[in-house]
Ligand binder design. Sequence first.
Ligand code: SF4
Ligand code: SF4
Length: 101
Amino acid sequence: MKWKDIERERIQWLPTIDTHKCTGCKACFEFCCRSVYQIEDGTAKIENPYNCLASCSNCQSVCPVGAISFPNMKKMREIIRELREKLLYKQNKKMEVNIWM
Ligand code: SF4
Ligand code: SF4
């Protein structure tokens, strides 16, 4: 799966659950339409981390006890910009090689 031409697995944008706070209310599980969450043994678990839409953090606000957190958005944007620059550099290099062949 790709996001803005970058392999999704390279973008560490994932929810983290504070299991000490989580009450297992299922609000996050029912809210997220991308099957990121699962409820096991009365606690939310991240079942499909890379299904999480990079830069979405909507489920954070549905948790009644504030158990869901996300990485720093500004830092994530910087990481994505760096990854895209590297990708563009590689693509340009490939094009250069093709032109001269
Ligand atoms: S941030 Fe969005 S996509 Fe990711 S788990 Fe929450 S609701 Fe689902
Ligand atoms: S919404 Fe919060 S408290 Fe409810 S299951 Fe999800 S993480 Fe746990």
